[in-house]
Design a protein around this ligand. Structure first.
Ligand code: GTP
Ligand code: MG
Length: 483
């Protein structure tokens, strides 16, 4: 997502702490979820994990990492357990599932190209207005010439491919567009998000692609690859062109950090026989709505949870040879309320990197304002009073890059004042702020548990998730008595 940059003058920790939980600008269409879903038969000691957070915060990515890439081998240290787990969980061959991500990754790639073309087109349009004397300021558009226009025109064929892939991945797909609003001080290419409505998430979608066999859907996918492959030279030329780079720099657009960015891997993805890697799957972007459930049974007899410095206990978990049901919910914010009526252990990924961004669906609302409001809502919720909350302060890699590129936190968060703009200072300040808000609203005795994460970095995420799961299994969170 490339979001409009807005200053936020309204993040005041004290006001946030004493204000009632605010009404948040979310659609409520899926609120009825809890009433509609069939009750599941779970063991009494089932571990239930809610993954909550803003759109784009990394909820699904965390679960993808947790379920298919990172946690299992990290926790068990046993490659066979990984295979067994994937078989049991996905109930289809892992190789087939991996292949199904190709369509999603192709859609991500095509969308990156189309977004790039939008930016260049807008730049050229503004240059035309300037030449006609209708616009007072110039831009980096002069680096673009007729050759660029011709390539961009040829790449127009990818619009239809994007539509075809959307259709293939879900007829219920819809787009979220920013609501009108002020133009903001910086360029904001229109963000159109792909959205999947499904009761069981990407598993459903991938299953559908797989089961389409040699039918129409398969032809569509094959044709899409063929068309994009035939545009490969143009894609690479426009992306690697110095003029494109200078336009992006001038517009302060870091397209590389947008979700589902695969332009840098176009050659690999478009090569014959391409198979998505684990890292590709973790990076792939598929917007989801609703509540999605992932259940599996963990055989604790094969489980060894190593001690990790971040965890709460110094003793490794000892296997007790009993199976344990796990159920993980990927929860869209709009579905939060009904689920709060059950006992769960929420994980909250919050994107720290969004301090200079605004919500796609409410372009006047700074993402960190929204994050703090959600945090306060969760911490103060009476139904969650006895449930351990684990905060993932996510997207630290992007935060680091933004700070290194010179973006100043104080320009967006007044309360940050003139503190150092280095990663350590900023990250520590955010953590303290979360902790302060937590202390102001949490029931007495519940501890503050938070981790800095970059969930696309599978190695470091393995450590964090292993520590978190280990702490849950060891019932470190004794105060809650529920896990
Ligand atoms: N660089 C970087 N990208 C991340 C990180 N976490 C998630 N992403 C990317 O951000 C995008 C959004 O992540 P998702 O997991 O789809 O976000 P979500 O919270 O499930 O979003 P919704 O489905 O809209 O609710 C994906 O393309 C991820 O690959 C991170 O720590 N660093
Ligand atoms: Mg998601």
């Amino acid at each position: 997502m490339v979001s409009r940059h807005l200053r936020s003058d309204s993040i005041d920790p004290l006001s946030l702490a004493i204000a009632p939980p605010p009404e948040r600008p979310r659609n409520r269409e899926l609120r009825g979820y809890a009433k509609r879903r069939k009750p599941m038969r779970l063991a009494d000691d089932a571990v239930q994990v809610l993954v909550l957070g803003q759109s784009m915060s990394g909820k699904s990515t965390t679960i993808k990492s947790e379920l298919t890439v990172v946690l299992w081998p990290a926790v068990t240290g046993n490659p066979d357990a990984l295979r067994d787990f994937q078989m049991a969980y996905a109930q289809k061959s892992w190789a087939e599932e991996r292949a199904s991500w190709r369509a999603v990754i192709l859609l991500n790639l095509v969308r990156s190209v189309n977004n790039l073309i939008d930016i260049l087109t807008e730049t050229l349009d503004s240059a035309d207005l300037f030449n006609l004397g209708l616009l007072g300021t110039s831009s980096a558009a002069y680096a673009l010439n007729e050759t660029h226009r011709t390539i961009m025109k040829r790449l127009g064929v990818l619009r239809q491919i994007e539509r075809d892939l959307r259709m293939l991945l879900g007829s219920g797909a819809s787009e979220i567009e920013p609501e009108g609003g002020d133009e903001g001080p910086q360029f904001n290419p229109k963000v159109q998000e792909f959205c999947v409505r499904s009761s069981s998430g990407w598993k459903d979608i991938l299953g559908r692609i797989r089961s389409s066999g040699t039918g129409k859907d398969q032809d569509l996918q094959g044709k899409a690859f063929q068309v994009v492959r035939s545009s490969q030279d143009d894609i690479l030329r426009i992306w690697k062109d110095p003029a494109t780079k200078s336009v992006l720099k001038n517009r302060q657009v870091t397209i590389e950090d947008t979700p589902g960015f695969f332009l840098g891997d176009a050659e690999r993805i478009l090569s014959p026989g391409y198979e998505p890697s684990d890292q590709d799957i973790v990076r792939a972007r598929l917007r989801t709505t609703g509540v999605q459930e992932y259940t599996f049974t963990l055989d604790r007899s094969t489980t060894t949870v190593p001690y990790n410095g971040d965890s709460q206990s110094k003793t490794p978990f000892t296997a007790n040879h009993t199976p344990q049901d796990w159920i993980i919910y990927d929860v869209a914010e709009s579905c939060l309320d009904p689920l709060l009526q059950r006992n769960h252990c929420p994980h909250l990924p919050t994107p720290l990197s969004s301090f200079n961004e605004t919500l796609a669906e409410a372009p006047r609302v700074n993402c960190m304002d929204d994050t703090f409001a959600l945090w306060k809502t969760i911490c103060s919720n009476k139904l969650l009073a006895k449930v351990q909350i684990i905060l993932f302060m996510n997207k630290t890699d992007i935060l680091r890059k933004k700070l290194e590129s010179g973006i100043k936190v104080r320009h967006y968060i007044q309360e940050f004042h003139d503190k150092g703009n280095d990663y350590e200072t900023v990250a520590t300040w955010f953590k303290k702020l979360f902790k302060r808000l937590y202390a102001a609203s949490t029931p007495p005795g519940r501890e503050f548990v938070a981790h800095f994460t970059s969930v696309v970095d599978t190695e470091s995420t393995a450590q964090t998730l292993a520590a978190v799961q280990g702490a849950i299994l060891r019932s470190d969170f004794v105060n809650t008595g529920l896990l």
